[in-house]
Design a protein around this ligand. Structure first.
Ligand code: SF4
Length: 487
């Protein structure tokens, strides 16, 4: 047991997130003033790590190069927290023999940090140095961040406040995948129909209020769940409502997540095409039949190829495809096989995810340590993906991390030139208001003056969403549409 002694009562959340990168639940415990060693059984194999409580004490243990970071402008409190994280990192690195690629970074948006540093420091070399000596990132991850920031700067300028990212959620799927932690239900036809009615009301309400404020959608993303679970007529009705309700004169991008190949038909693609929607996502995750079966998919690799063929025949110009590295029992050669087959299909975007198992997933219930067992293999899979995609003309354009990712790695969106997804960039940048409609949608009101986002969630359960629709609309009125309150 690793006993990590903190100097005083502090918010240990970020420190614990870092510790979890090295150690499994049950391998460590934090000791604080209220939770002392008296209450915890000692054992000879215990390892005690005492985290120093003042910058001076930690400072003594840092290398001269690391001390330079004290001049990088962090607030004192944040600075102390980062010092503690660096201290813990070094101790745990030595004790466990593990050096995580993302250093002390535990947040989900490292690209945002790199972008902010570039604005603040105005020197690429200085930014690289900070990411290396303050945050302990590997050179490879630093270069990845710099490449992505560079790419994003060319695609999106600062969004005007009136430009909104609009998300519409369809929380239904034909079956539930074993790793799924999203709102995904196998609703009966009449339930789906009632859900759509409620959603149409929220669409009309939001569109009217956006018009009053002079706001317009810059991007629209219909996600889920799997939106193509809807019947063609339902999808048509939904899109009709969207086109009727919103002012789409300045719309730059419209995506419908087709997701599961077993929901894609020529009729649904014809509806998507009728509304001139330029992007869909077909998400095989793996091209290995046995894996698809194991993860709870009802379709074969052939169905995926057929879905691509249908989408191309329908004239959909941009297809994104999601893959996952680290799926249960997949070997490196299984993953390379998936990559080769996907590259043959030539989608415009490929998003390579690292499997992240959250508490809500079935697989996490079966094996709670799954995330820790796959690290080495997943690193090699991600490296091979980068190499193969680079060779085929794809470049990384957005990146995010999640909690509980296998090996503590990342998700990277790759794109062919001029096909980058604007919505994906904006949502990670956190510099735009996102309005999310439907069950599980989390709107984010952006306050540029304070560089702050405020979350306005809808309830996740779709039945409760229908019941409490008025309350969801009121939340939007209070937090998005009413004149801004002093905060
Ligand atoms: S397709 Fe996506 S949302 Fe649906 S069950 Fe699978 S992981 Fe969950």
């Amino acid at each position: 047991m690793y006993k990590i002694k903190l100097p005083r009562e502090i918010n240990q959340y970020e420190l614990e997130e870092l510790v979890k990168v090295f150690l499994k639940a049950g391998e460590y415990i934090f000791i604080t003033e209220t939770n002392t060693t008296d209450t915890i059984q000692d054992s000879e194999s215990d390892v005690l790590i005492c985290v120093p409580g003042s910058p001076d004490l930690i400072d003594k243990k840092e290398t001269p190069k690391e001390k330079n970071k004290l001049e990088t402008g962090e607030k004192p409190e944040k600075n102390l927290k980062n010092q503690m994280k660096r201290f813990l990192f070094r101790e745990l690195e030595q004790l466990t023999g593990t050096t995580p690629d993302w250093g002390i970074l535990t947040g989900v948006r490292p690209v945002k940090l790199a972008g902010e540093l570039l604005v603040r420091e105005e020197s690429l070399e200085k930014v690289k140095e900070i990411l290396s000596t303050d945050y302990f990132l590997t050179d490879e991850k630093i270069q990845l961040l710099i490449d992505i920031v560079d790419c994003q700067k060319q695609i999106v300028k600062q969004s005007p406040r009136e430009a909104i990212g609009l998300y519409i959620g369809i929380p239904f799927c034909p079956t539930r995948c074993v790793y799924c932690s999203f709102p995904s239900n196998q609703g009966k036809p009449e339930q789906i129909e009632s859900y759509l009615e409620a959603l149409h009301q929220e669409i009309a309400f939001t569109a009217e209020n956006m018009r009053k404020k002079g706001w317009y959608p810059e991007t629209i993303y219909i996600g889920g769940g799997t939106p193509t679970t809807l019947m063609p007529e339902q999808l048509d009705r939904l899109l009709h409502h969207v086109f009727e309700a919103f002012d789409l004169n300045k719309l730059r991008e419209f995506t419908v997540e087709a997701g599961r190949p077993d929901t894609i038909t020529p009729e649904k693609l014809a509806v998507i095409k009728k509304y001139k929607i330029d992007r869909i996502s077909i998400n095989p995750q793996s091209m290995n039949a046995s894996t698809l079966k194991r993860i709870g998919r009802n379709h074969s690799p052939e169905d995926i190829k057929e879905a691509f063929r249908m989408a191309r025949a329908a004239g959909i110009p941009q297809i994104n495809t999601d893959l996952i590295a680290g799926l249960p029992d997949e070997t490196e050669s299984d993953f390379v096989n998936t990559l080769e087959q996907i590259l043959d299909l030539a989608p415009e975007n490929i998003t390579v995810h690292t499997l992240a198992l959250k508490r809500a997933s079935k697989l996490k219930e079966i094996d709670s340590e799954f995330n820790y067992k796959q690290g080495k293999k997943v690193r090699s899979m991600l490296d091979q993906a980068k190499e193969m995609l680079d060779r085929d003309g794809y470049h990384p354009y957005y990146l995010y991390r999640q909690k509980q990712m296998t090996g503590n790695f990342e998700n990277v969106g790759y794109a062919k030139e001029n096909t980058e997804g604007i919505y994906n960039i904006r949502i990670m940048e956190e510099a735009q208001t996102i309005i999310a409609l439907g069950a599980g949608g989390i709107s984010k009101a952006w306050y540029p003056e304070e560089n702050r986002l405020e979350r306005i969630p809808n309830v996740t359960n779709y039945e409760i969403y229908m019941e409490r629709l008025d309350e969801m609309l009121q939340r939007k009125t209070d937090n998005l549409f009413e004149e801004e309150k002093e905060c």
